[in-house]
Design a protein around this ligand. Structure first.
Ligand code: ZN
Length: 256
């Protein structure tokens, strides 16, 4: 039985049996790793609060080689990202980033760049950068790193070069499509400004992308576009999106 050690972020967990937890980590050296943390739900568990979602730590696990699930030996906290977990909008965006990785990456498919992107995004959320912007910048890069980069320079059906009127993004087809190539109920309509900004965000360094001045409508459109791309790649609306839409629900009017 082999023992491994790697940096990891907790991207999911659920109760297992009477006192265990089924854990999901995104690790720097092994990609997504799922495993069992024995007795983690007991009051005096040696894991204590270490297994909270979004926590960055050093994961030590045993791999018997006989199961997809590893045995979590311990998880030492490097950074708990408490300020992300204590703030609804940051938590919602953080939950979306980890759900992207949980749902779109395969087990044991290492991608150090994706791990670095996740940690940078959590740090940006904690630093107080606008959570929606962090999610846009994460989404643009994560989709690329996961191998789903959509083409935005031409219609993927007929090859006609962009710009053209009424472009829409067909995630299944792999990029922009033009109107003559047919109406598609599932395609995401995109303004010219959104197409241009997506291209710029891809080319920018991380810090530049986080600070690129954008109008509120464009920020909102890019959020919807990235959320739409991820939902289509997953095949359903992510759980974190339902949480986010609840936090966005308007407050009841104050009675005068
Ligand atoms: Zn076309």
């Amino acid at each position: 039985m082999a023992l491994y050690r790697t940096r990891a972020v907790v991207i999911g967990r659920r109760a297992l049996g009477e006192s265990d937890r089924l854990m999901e980590f995104y690790t720097r050296d092994f990609g997504k790793v799922r495993g069992v943390a024995k007795a983690a739900r007991r009051p005096r568990s040696r894991f204590l609060a270490a297994l909270e979602p979004l926590t960055l730590g050093v994961l030590v696990f045993f791999d018997t080689g006989r199961s997809e699930l590893v045995r979590v030996d311990h998880f030492d906290i490097l950074h708990p990202f408490v300020r992300v977990r204590e703030h609804l909008e940051r938590l919602g965006r953080g939950a979306w980033t980890v759900e992207c990785l949980a749902r779109l990456s395969a087990d044991r498919d290492p991608n150090a760049a994706l791990f670095g992107l996740l940690v940078r995004s959590l740090r940006a959320l904690e630093a107080g950068i606008c959570p929606a912007r962090v999610a846009i910048c994460f989404g643009v890069r994560a989709v690329d790193l996961l191998g789903h980069r959509p083409r935005i320079d031409r219609c993927v059906e007929c090859g006609r070069a962009y710009p053209f009127q009424d472009a829409a993004l067909d995630v299944e087809a792999g990029g922009l499509v033009c109107v003559p190539c047919g109406p598609r109920a599932h395609a995401i309509p995109l303004t010219g400004a959104a197409v241009g900004t997506l291209g710029r965000l891809r080319g920018f360094r991380w810090e530049e992308a986080l600070r690129l001045p954008l109008s509120a409508p464009l920020d909102a459109e890019l959020t919807l576009v990235l959320e739409g791309i991820v939902a289509r790649l997953i095949g359903q609306v992510p759980r974190s999106m339902r949480f986010l839409s609840q936090t966005r629900r308007p407050l009841p009017p104050v009675l005068s």
